[in-house]
Every structure is written in structure tokens, then in C-alpha cells.
Design a protein around this ligand. Structure first.
Ligand code: GLN
Ligand code: ZN
Length: 758
């Protein structure tokens, strides 16, 4: 019998129940006990939905992030979180977001750094290490979840992050070697495993996705040492790898003294045979045969065609699962009642993916006939998608074929463009601006909902949004900012807004995926060739510009980000889809310029996260990504200033590509890293404008003028002041006006201080 299991289930809830529960708690409207109750209900519901599986993940739930949970599990809690007392949950939220529900608004603690989880759009809180870091097991949270699961009769398989990956994900705060902590860490893991065994657990899933990345010899050695040291402790270990092939780490992974290995057979199908050859016959091989990162139906016939011989070969040793945790897909397609039925028939969300898994196991164990009807329905859907006319547009194919290198080039180099732009814009030194969005208030969201439900007509909606834009511009006038934005009131989301207006995109109503903490995104579904039937932003931007003399930035999302934050086609290369997007954005840029907009910002927040996990594939990706940006951005006159924005980016290793994008100004996230990120620009002698973010918009804390001046002085020590802009880390949509106004007031005052001192 083929064992079926799951690596993780989306924790946020089909209706984002966890998000709303968390936010109520943070706002003081729900006690910690109420939050705990809701969380337990969600977990029970999610386990019930996985009840057909042989093994169900436990411990994949989190109030914010599973890596932060691991830090607490291992007793690696930054001292600053403890200094204000409170419960462990308070301390947890302090690290997560800078403030516990019980803390006053003073904001005394800085939140932990957040960064992308491998090549996904999920963010984790970076573990903090230094030479004196110690570990101490605290199983409170995991124990609670495990007890709940066992009480409910769940066939529980606890999920933990393995020691190698935990260290690999973290950052040393004092330049000490993280690996030096391994000897202190391993006894705590041993204790954890022993405790799990004592709880009656049979199998533990130990996630080691670091194994799909380039590891240098010291890390590979550490991996061997770690699992050698853990041998004999605890239940049977299933070492889980995902997001890519193991490549040069395959032999290492197969030889580790564990009871089983999980391989991502979506991304590493061609390693299956080698893994079988390398694995000892006592070990289980778990294959991730259903894509945990995308929403397309699995082609069950194609999967069975290669899986059946594997099953015959492995017998009882074969397990099957999704390729990775289902954290990265929405919960249930059943809730999509409004989706175009044809497109809907091509899709599978988490619940449907688990059903696919059940069908596969059934076909393997009892023959395809046993599930013939379901297999036929699956084949029909897969075939219809492949042949659909809605997927292929000859017009788009033609436009892409006509792309020449000229399309990506501006007339003059940056220095020359800058002269023209400066004359036109007439900005002070240290110009101040924001990243685009202003608070998405309840009013805005309600107006949009009413509009979508048909309770507000197009004219009424436009009037409501224009009023918001006017309010936003008045606020910027009062604050004295230099370059304005219209505030993005009309945008639900920076990708969805554009996707909704482009052909080739479909939208779910409830397809939420956790991005970080309580933040969710609803990635659009890029199913077909992309075409822009009409301008998407010109009217709003022109309206905004009509209200002020100050330059208004036109605000667009770039092609690479549109791609990386969508569920993408699996029937053509990403590069091909990206070029289609680039042409659509380019047309919009040119329309904005024609409408008199002098500055256009093209956000590429997700450029870095699209980097392949293996270095060997970076150049190819960067080539087409930068080319796509340039096609989108560079169809303008010299006098038009192009900005781009990136968040959470580390630039050291991609600075040449960033420079090749040749945006006139780049704004970046830097404040949480204390301007460390600027080193890359400094070393590279990056020639264009840079706005290093001066405050963390993910935290409700208001930065003081002195803090901002301090950060900008650090920036000015690295970058010639003439190149510097002053701006927050990112958009302000998740903040409240009460937080935004004082913060920006301090930011503008700081810029004034800097100018006076210059
Ligand atoms: N312009 C967008 C905003 O301000 C950028 C968001 C982002 O970079 N994530 O919301
Ligand atoms: Zn950003």
C-alpha cells in the first residue's frame, strides 16, 4: 500500500480566519485566549480535511511564521523581546512585528528581519545568532498542537525544520560563524526528538530544504555530522527536501542515517531513479508528485505513467505527497463559485491536490480501473486546457517575435538624462517621496466591495476613489513631500490590479496565500497570452497630477513582479510569459508619458525572489528578467524619469543586473538591515539615484527624526549625497493614517536637517 501524506497545510484558513483573528488580537479586540481558541478550531478543521491521508502534518500551523516558531522551540529568542516581560506569545509577536498586543504605542523593540522563504513569496523571520547564542528546548507550542491532534485521532506526523536548514536560514549578528553553533544546537534537537518519541510519535518530518541549494563543503559536512549525532534519537525521521533537485547533494541526502527521504518529483523528477539506486533498501522514498507551488490540475495519466514502474520497484517503500507544503496554494477550489467555469476546470487547490494524491495512490495500489472515471475526467480537463483558444493569441505571438534589442535602450546614458530631468523637475537635494500606496482604509475597501457587489455604480466608485486621491494629495502637500504619489486607493493589490485589466489573467475570489504574518496575497492566475486592451492607470494618475504642481509619480508593477507573484503557466517558459508582460507594461508607460507624467515608477519588488535557487541558473534568469524590465521601462524620452522599487532585496550578488536595469532612481528596503544593504551599491559605484528606505513600514512603530537622520548619514557615508533620495522602505497601504502622518512628518523634517547640514 502506498502511503499518502502531506508536508503542510495552508494555515491561514479558507476565509482567512487566522488573519482576522490575529488582527483582532493585535488591536486589543480579542484576548490571547480567544485567539488560541480560534487557532485550535482552525487546526481541527484543517486536520479533518486531510483525514484521507495516512499521515497528517502537525506543527505546520503558526501564528506568524514557522521559522520564528522554530526559534522559540529551540529557545533562541532575541533578548530584546524578553526585556519587556509579557507572556511568551507577547514576546513572539514582538519579534514578529515589533510589538505585542499588550505593548504601548511607543514601539520599543525592533522586529526581526524578514526575508523570502527560498524562491517563494512567503516571508520568514530570520533567526538571529551570535557567538554566545545558546539553545534550550521549549516544546509548549508543539506539544499543545500534538496533544490536540492525538485527542482528535489524527495520524500525526510532526513537522520540524531541521538543524542544518535552521542555521542556514539565520544570520549572525556579530560575524561569528553560524556553523560553530551546531554542537550547541544538536543536543536540543536530540532532546526534541526523544520527547516526540515519548509522546508516541512514529514519524517526524524534518524539513531540510537547504539541501536543494548550493552548499559549500563545511555545510555539507555539518549536515552529515548533524544527522550522525541525531541517529538513535526519537522516532523515524523523514528528511524532507523540496523546491528543486538535490543535484550535488543527492548522494549526501541519500546516505544520511534517517528512515526516509522526500524528494520534490515536480522539480526533480529526473533524480528519482538515482535516488532509488542510492537509497538503502530499508529506507522510504517519499515522492512529491503533485505540484505544491502551482494551481494546475495534475496530469494524472502522465504522472501514473512514470510512477507505476517506480511503485512496482519500491513497493511498501513508496510514499507520495505534494511536492512541498501546500502553504503556497489556496485552500479550496469549491469556494470559487464565480470563476470562469472553463478555467476553473483546469485548477486544483490544496484540498483538490490531496484528492489527486488519493486517486494516484488508489490507482497505484488497485489499478487504474478502480478510479477510471476520475482519471477520465482529469484527462479531459487537461486536454481541454492544452487545446484552448483562450490560451494562445496569434497577435501576441507576433508582437513578441518583433522584439528587438532597441526596444530596451534609452536614447542617452543616465548622466545625460539626469540633466534634462533635473531641469524639468527642479528638486531639492535629498528629495523626499513615498513608495506608492497610502493607507487602504476601511472606507476604501468598503467602497470597492460595494462596487464589486454592484451596490455602487462605476461613477460612484470613481468619485469615492478620486476623493481618496485628493485626500492623499492634500496630506502630501501638508507634509511637504517633494515627489507625490496618488496613493493607489483604487488598487486592491499591486499585481491583481493590473492582471484584472490584462487579457490572459484569471482571478479567484478566495485564493488567498499567506505572504507574511497576517498578510495574504491572492496571486492571479496567468493562464494565457497577455494583452493590454486599454490603458490601466492613466486616468487616475492624470487626475492626481491635475490636483498639484508637484511631480506625480505614475505607478506601475513591473513584468518580472507580475510574473513572480502570479500562478504562472506551466506550458511555456517563464521568460516567454515575462516578455509578453513587458510589452503590455511598456504600452502603459508610453501612455503615461503621453499624458504628461514626468516620473514613472515600475515596481520590481519580486525580481530577486525569482532567482533560481542554484547559482548556475542565475545568469539566464537575470538576463531575461532585466531585458523584460528594460523593454517595459525604456520606451520613454530622456526627460522622463524612471524609478523602480524593490523590497527585501539583498543586492550584493545581483548588483550588476540591478545596474543593467538602468532605472534613473531605485528605492529599496534597507532600514531593518541598518543600511547594510547599501554596501553593494557603494562597492559597485552604482551611478544612478538611490532611495534607501529609512523606516520599516511593516511595524506600527513611528521612527523619530533623529533615527532617520542617523540612517541617512550612514547612507551618505557610502553613497554620494547627490544620488540619495529619502523614502520609507515600502508602500504604506497596510498602515493607518495615524501612523503614517507622524512618520512622514519626521521623514520630511529629517530631510530638511540633512539639507541644512549639507
Ligand atoms: N507601489 C507599491 C506600494 O506602495 C509597492 C509595493 C511593494 O513594493 N511591495 O504599495
Ligand atoms: Zn516594497
Amino acid at each position: 500500500m502506498t502511503i499518502t501524506h502531506n508536508l503542510g497545510f495552508p494555515r491561514i484558513g479558507a476565509r482567512r480566519e487566522l488573519k482576522f483573528a490575529l488582527e483582532r488580537h493585535w488591536q486589543g479586540a480579542a484576548t490571547a485566549a480567544e485567539l488560541e481558541t480560534q487557532a485550535a478550531e482552525l487546526r481541527a478543521r484543517h486536520w479533518a480535511r486531510q483525514s484521507a491521508l495516512d499521515l497528517v502534518p502537525v506543527g505546520d500551523f503558526s501564528f506568524y511564521d514557522q521559522v520564528l516558531d522554530t526559534s522559540f522551540l529551540l529557545g533562541n529568542v532575541p533578548a530584546r523581546a524578553r526585556s519587556h516581560g509579557g507572556t511568551p506569545l507577547d514576546q513572539y509577536f514582538r519579534v514578529a512585528r515589533g510589538r505585542a498586543a499588550s505593548d504601548s504605542a511607543c514601539g520599543c523593540v525592533h522586529a526581526g528581519e524578514m526575508t523570502k522563504w527560498f524562491d517563494t513569496n512567503y516571508h520568514y523571520i530570520v533567526p538571529e545568532f551570535d557567538a554566545s547564542t545558546t539553545f534550550a528546548l521549549d516544546t509548549t507550542r508543539l506539544q499543545q498542537q500534538l496533544r490536540e491532534a492525538l485527542d482528535l485521532g489524527v495520524r500525526a506526523k510532526p513537522v520540524i525544520i531541521g538543524p542544518l536548514t535552521y542555521l542556514w536560514l539565520g544570520k549572525s549578528k556579530d560575524a561569528s560563524e553560524r556553523l560553530a553553533l551546531l554542537p550547541a544546537l544538536l543536543p536540543v534537537y536530540a532532546q526534541l526528538l526523544d520527547w516526540l518519541k515519548a509522546e508516541g510519535v512514529d514519524w517526524v518530518q524534518v524539513d531540510e530544504p537547504a539541501l536543494v541549494t548550493d552548499l559549500d563543503p563545511a555545510w555539507r559536512q555539518a549536515c552529515q555530522d548533524a544527522y550522525a549525532a541525531l541517529q538513535g534519537h526519537g522516532p523515524k525521521l523523514l528528511l524532507a527536501t523540496y523546491f528543486g533537485p538535490l543535484a550535488d547533494n543527492l548522494a549526501l541526502a541519500c546516505a544520511l542515517p534517517v528512515a526516509g527521504l522526500h524528494l520534490d518529483a515536480i522539480n526533480a523528477q529526473d533524480e528519482v531513479a538515482a535516488a532509488i539506486a542510492l537509497l538503502d533498501e530499508s529506507k522510504v522514498l517519499s515522492l512529491g508528485v503533485v505540484d505544491g507551488r502551482n494551481i494546475w490540475k495534475t496530469d494524472l495519466h502522465a504522472t501514473l505513467a512514470w510512477l507505476e514502474p517506480v511503485a512496482r520497484q519500491l513497493g511498501e517503500r513508496l510514499w507520495i505527497a505534494p511536492s512541498c507544503s501546500l502553504l503556497h496554494v489556496p485552500v479550496d477550489l469549491e469556494s470559487e463559485t464565480h470563476l470562469d467555469p472553463e478555467i476553473r476546470s483546469w485548477l486544483a487547490f490544496a484540498v483538490q491536490k490531496l484528492e489527486e494524491l488519493r486517486l494516484l495512490a488508489c490507482a497505484l495500489d488497485h489499478g487504474r480501473v478502480k478510479v477510471q472515471e476520475a482519471l477520465l475526467a482529469n484527462a479531459a480537463a487537461v486536454d481541454r486546457r492544452r487545446a484552448s483558444r483562450r490560451v494562445h493569441s496569434p497577435e501576441v505571438a507576433q508582437a513578441v517575435a518583433a522584439i528587438t534589442p532597441d526596444l530596451g535602450r534609452r536614447a542617452s546614458p543616465h548622466a545625460q538624462r539626469l540633466t534634462e530631468q533635473a531641469a524639468l523637475l527642479n528638486l531639492p537635494s535629498y528629495p523626499t517621496t513615498t513608495i506608492g500606496s497610502f493607507p487602504q482604509t476601511l472606507d476604501i475597501r468598503q467602497a470597492r466591495q460595494q462596487f464589486k457587489r454592484g451596490e455602487l455604480d462605476a461613477q460612484g466608485y470613481r468619485a469615492a476613489m478620486q476623493a481618496e486621491i485628493a485626500r492623499c494629495i492634500k496630506a502630501q502637500e501638508d507634509l511637504g513631500l517633494d515627489v507625490f504619489v496618488h496613493g493607489e486607493a483604487e488598487r486592491n493589490d499591486m499585481v491583481e490590479y493590473f492582471g484584472e485589466q490584462l487579457e490572459g489573467y484569471a482571478f479567484s475570489a478566495n485564493g488567498w496565500v499567506q505572504s507574511y504574518g497576517s498578510r495574504c496575497v491572492k496571486p492571479p492566475i496567468l493562464y494565457g497570452d497577455v494583452r493590454r486592451p486599454r490603458p490601466m492607470t492613466v486616468e487616475w494618475t492624470a487626475y492626481a497630477q491635475s490636483l498639484t504642481e508637484k511631480p506625480m509619480k505614475g505607478m506601475l508593477t513591473g513584468p518580472v513582479t507580475m510574473l513572480n507573484w502570479s500562478f504562472v503557466r506551466d506550458d511555456q517558459p517563464r521568460a516567454a510569459t515575462c516578455r509578453q508582460l513587458a510589452l503590455a507594461i511598456r504600452a502603459e508607460v508610453q501612455d503615461l508619458e503621453r499624458a504628461g507624467v514626468r516620473i514613472i515608477q515600475i515596481d520590481e519588488a519580486a525580481l530577486r525572489e525569482g532567482l533560481p535557487l542554484r547559482r548556475a541558473h542565475w545568469d539566464t534568469y537575470l538576463d531575461w528578467a532585466v531585458e523584460s524590465f528594460r523593454i517595459a521601462a525604456n520606451g520613454v524620452r530622456d526627460a522622463t524619469q524612471i524609478h523602480t522599487h524593490m523590497c527585501y532585496s539583498e543586492f550584493n550578488d545581483i548588483i550588476a543586473a540591478i545596474a543593467a536595469m538602468d532605472a534613473d532612481v531605485i528605492t529599496i528596503e534597507t532600514s531593518r538591515s541598518d543600511m547594510e544593504l547599501l554596501g553593494a551599491f557603494d562597492d559597485f559605484r552604482y551611478p544612478n539615484g538611490i532611495g534607501p528606505g529609512v523606516y520599516d513600514i511593516h511595524s506600527p512603530n513611528v521612527p523619530s527624526r533623529a533615527q532617520i537622520v542617523g540612517l541617512m548619514r550612514k547612507a551618505a557615508a557610502r553613497i554620494p549625497p547627490a544620488q540619495l533620495w529619502v523614502n520609507p522602505d515600502c508602500g504604506l497601504k497596510t498602515r493607518r493614517w495615524e501612523e503614517v502622518l507622524p512618520a512622514l512628518e519626521n521623514m520630511v523634517a529629517a530631510a530638511r536637517t540633512l539639507r541644512e547640514a549639507a
